[in-house]
Design a protein around this ligand. Sequence first.
Ligand code: NAD
Length: 365
Amino acid sequence: MESQIISAQELKKADPVFGQLSYNDHEQIVFCNDKDTGLKAIIGIHNTVLGPALGGTRMWNYATEWDALNDVLRLSRGMSFKSAITGLNLGGGKAVIIGDAKTQKTPELMKRFGEFVHSLGGKYITAEDVGMETADMDLVRSVTPHVTGISESLGGAGNPSPITAYGVFMGMKAAVKEAFGSDGLEGRSVLVQGIGHVGEVLVEYITNEGGKVFIADINEARLQEVSKKYGATIFADDDVYSAQVDVYAPCALGATINKDTIEKLKVKVIAGAANNQLADENVHGNRLREKGIVYAPDFLINAGGIINVYAELEKYGKPEIMRKAENIYDTTLEIFAKAKSDNSSTHDAALKIALQRIAERKAQQ
Ligand code: NAD
């Protein structure tokens, strides 16, 4: 048959799952549907070479099922690289539940989801993500052992968000060192976009080091609360991407560095907690480099959460958790050095190391 070039839209129609643009060598995708509880979930298992696929469950009111599928595929792939670069023996997976976490999440729905996780026999291990609380993971735990991020009273390592924030802070300091020659945040201006579980603790770290923090969020009540608590300035302008600050810390949702925002950026450093910050990793990592912006790769510096939940599986305690999170500082500096020697973007340099670790393990199997 004659080969032809087809558009992304046509590709979607022709191969709606395996032809998804975000589909990238995933091992398995599980669609979970339960009429009684209203559960509609997708579990993405990207890679299990290094170990079981571990990644959180996100509950979000996606505009379309396509958006949910796209999100879970991008997120589960990111988890493979996050664990690989952090040196953890875990593969990459993630789950999304379609719906509003505030109004549609019920104990029955969470338990039903847990049963689907259980049916995978430990190939996928779940945890918290946006829209999930420790109490939800406790419900999942009542039907399957394949869950982390459970309450400390049940043997869990507790809330992962403060550890994530600490790791992001370490990555930010390394990036500030790269951009300005010294890693101190005193006198530096930082815009934190999204002041939820991670963002708030990050605001605290930066403030404690004498940084000038600006905050942006769609939740007005949170803005007032966090501003009052840490003396942070609410960023009044709607256009956060044009902010004249030293550091932009994306801590809300992904893909905020995209074709519409990238040319507006005036910052010298990007370092934040959100997953998949680059809308197109093949394009935007290089564009940031051309613009002279130091980008701390998201999957490297936001690994604190997975370090924390990994402790539940490997039974190590708080000092080791903090040591591993602190190590993000050194790894980030190593990535910057590698990017320079490879003449590549920092994202590509980090990805290369993660892929290499997976390939080496595969060769031994
Ligand atoms: P969260 O839900 O607690 O907080 C997100 C915050 O972002 C909320 O306050 C929300 O109102 C705000 N927000 C949403 N859309 C926004 C927008 N368009 N503009 C500005 N603010 C907006 O989530 P979290 O646990 O703090 O996680 C934040 C990000 O970090 C997510 O992308 C998550 O996937 C990622 N992450 C979190 C962890 C963790 O341990 N919690 C680990 C790794 C990565």
